[in-house]
Structures are given as structure tokens and as C-alpha cells.
Design a protein around this ligand. Structure first.
Ligand SMILES: Cc1cc2nc3c(=O)[nH]c(=O)nc-3n(C[C@H](O)[C@H](O)[C@H](O)COP(=O)(O)O)c2cc1C
Length: 319
């Protein structure tokens, strides 16, 4: 860990919203920046209320957030950029990484990556019409990681603030391993400052990545921080030791998140489903991940759910 290393929370749609971010900073640290999950216009060219709310300054009191959009035209870009600027932001991040076919086939997200000329035209249009600062987040391609080698020379022509690279191609979704050789190639050709993203889940992962890419100072972590919210601070402290009251802190964080969702979601069923989503990740830092998650999944009402949560923490704390 070097003093110049910065860690950001990745945008994870339906996980890292402002309620998660607020609870996170109440109990954990080590993060320098947060990226909000993407804003996408509806068919009526509107921004959904929940997406508007997510980036309001008053909902992000502790840690400033970087808004993100996912669009495929200059007009849509300007609509979202104007909204974001009206709130006081001077920069936005563009999602060119979302891998899902429903998105990609409409030329959104990673669907743009095999058309570098299209990206060039869009950037040219946007930079001539807007003064908002622009960063990008992308996969290395849609069908293969080679695609990014044709995209980077286009990006080099523009004053893009940062390029966050999730080191996979889109069709891989989230499973096959990241392509570090290709990331190394990106470093050698990119004039835009790079941020590394993808499968950074432990302090050891960080140490290995930093050793391999010593010139990279910006690191984005998504699922790793939901699984283990202590991770960023431990990377910063260069330690693999958890605080003694690790599980007490985790439980307080869990309960804060739960209470906050319970205060806004409609009914126990929704709260349980929301928290079940988190448990898919949380359970991975429990000693017996599979059993912990199974216990939660089996709970079919909120009382059983609360009991399963208590049991998971009790078992963990008694080890
Ligand atoms: C459930 C989920 C939702 C995601 N939502 C977004 C999003 O809104 N915007 C975005 O740029 N990436 C999104 N991603 C991708 C992550 O930001 C990140 O690039 C990816 O998970 C790899 O990083 P990680 O291995 O640290 O999680 C999402 C990923 C997941 C698993």
C-alpha cells in the first residue's frame, strides 16, 4: 500500500445505493470515492425518482459520490449531464461495461465496445456540447478483450479524466478470470489515467496486483467490499488482521442497513428479499458460507429470517 493508492466503491445496481453507502461509512473506512449505480433514461426520457434520489447531495453527506450514466446518444447524455450538473456535480462517469444482452444489443453499456468509430463520434459530439468532466468505466470488449486495443487510441484523443477497466470481456459476465496481460497492454497504450477493477477480494489480491502494476494508483472494488466491508481499510493499513470486534461491527452494520430498508420498503417480504440479496455476498465472509446462506435462504418469512440472521452471527461469534 502506497500513500498515493486510492480505493473506490464500484457501482453495483441494487446494492451500493445511498443507503448502503451511508451505512458503510458509519462503520467502515478506507474508501476515497463512491460511484453511484448507473442512471438510465426511461422510454419517456425521464430519470426514475429512485435514481434521482440516489445522488442528491443531502443523501450523500459523508462521502461524495460520482454519478454514472448509461446512454447511447449525445442527446440522452446531455439530459442526464444537465440534471447532474444542476445538483452541483462537475463530473460524470459513463458506463460502457454493462454486459447483459438486453442492454448491449441496444448499443448501451458494453454493446458500444466493438464500435470504436461510434464511440469517437459520440465523444466528439459530447465534448463540443458539454463542459462536464467525463470519466469512463468499461469492460475490455464485448466478445474479446482485444477490442479495447482499438478503443483506447480513440479515447486518447479526448480529455477523459479516468478510465476504469473491469478486466474482462462482456460475454464472460462475472465468472472466468480477469485478463491481467491485457490490462498490462492497456497501461502501455493509454494516455488516460487508469483504474483497475475486477476480482480484488482480499489484501493478498491487492498486494499481488500492486506488485504487478506498480504504476496504477487507483483501484475500484465492488463485490469484494460487499462481501467484506473491512477490506478497503485493511488494504490501506496493509494488514490481514481483522479488528477484534469484527463480527460485532458487522452485525451493527447489518442491522443499520436492515432498519434503513425496513423504514422505506413496503412490507416484510420486500425487506427480506432485499437483505437476502446482500446475504448472498455477506455469507461469503462467514466461516461456513454455504450453510450460512442456506439458513437465510430457507427462511420464508421475516421472523424466520431474523432468527436465521441471529443464528449466523451467534455461530460465527462462538468460533
Ligand atoms: C449486481 C451487480 C450490479 C452492477 N451494477 C453496475 C452499475 O450500475 N454500473 C457499473 O458500471 N457496473 C456495475 N457492475 C459492475 C461492477 O461495478 C464491477 O465492475 C464488477 O463487479 C467487477 O468488480 P468486482 O470484481 O470488484 O465486483 C455491477 C456488478 C454487479 C455484480
Amino acid at each position: 500500500m502506497h500513500i498515493s493508492d486510492h480505493i473506490s466503491i464500484a457501482p453495483l445496481q441494487s446494492f451500493t445505493d445511498f443507503r448502503f453507502r451511508k451505512a458503510f461509512f458509519q462503520f467502515f473506512g478506507g474508501v476515497d470515492k463512491c460511484y453511484a449505480p448507473y442512471i438510465k433514461l426511461t422510454n419517456q426520457k425521464e430519470i426514475k425518482k429512485a435514481q434521482q434520489k440516489d445522488i442528491l447531495i443531502e443523501n450523500n453527506p459523508i462521502m461524495p459520490v460520482m454519478p454514472q450514466l448509461m446512454v447511447n446518444s449525445a442527446d440522452d447524455f446531455l439530459m442526464v449531464a444537465n440534471y447532474v450538473q444542476s445538483l452541483g456535480y462537475d463530473e460524470i462517469n459513463w458506463n460502457m461495461g454493462c454486459p447483459y444482452p438486453m442492454v448491449a444489443k441496444r448499443n448501451l453499456g458494453a454493446g458500444m465496445l466493438n464500435d470504436p468509430d461510434g464511440i469517437d463520434r459520440l465523444l466528439d459530439d459530447i465534448f463540443s456540447k458539454s463542459n462536464i468532466k467525463l470519466g469512463l468505466k468499461m469492460r475490455m470488449g464485448y466478445e474479446s478483450t482485444e477490442e479495447i486495443l482499438k478503443v483506447i487510441p480513440v479515447l486518447n484523443k479526448y480529455p477523459i479524466t479516468e478510465l476504469i477497466i473491469h478486466a474482462r470481456f462482456a460475454k464472460q459476465l462475472y465468472k472466468p478470470s480477469v485478463d491481467l496481460n491485457r490490462f498490462e497492454e492497456c497501461i502501455s497504450i493509454s494516455k488516460t489515467p487508469l483504474t483497475y477493477n475486477g476480482d480484488l477480494n482480499t489484501v493478498e489480491d491487492f498486494r499481488a496486483l500492486k506488485e504487478r502494476f506498480p504504476t496504477i494508483n487507483n483501484w475500484m472494488i465492488g463485490r469484494g467490499l460487499v462481501k467484506d466491508p473491512f477490506l478497503a481499510q485493511m488494504i490501506k493499513d496493509d494488514t490481514t488482521e481483522y479488528p477484534e470486534d469484527r463480527w460485532e461491527i458487522f452485525k451493527k452494520f447489518h442491522d443499520e442497513l436492515y432498519e434503513d430498508y425496513a423504514s422505506v420498503l413496503h412490507g416484510d417480504h420486500q425487506v427480506r428479499l432485499k437483505m437476502l440479496g446482500f446475504w448472498e455476498y455477506f455469507s461469503e465472509s462467514f466461516t461456513n458460507s454455504h450453510k450460512s446462506f442456506k439458513r437465510i435462504k430457507k427462511a420464508k418469512n421475516i421472523y424466520a429470517f431474523d432468527q436465521a440472521v441471529a443464528e449466523n452471527f451467534d455461530i460465527q461469534m462462538s468460533l
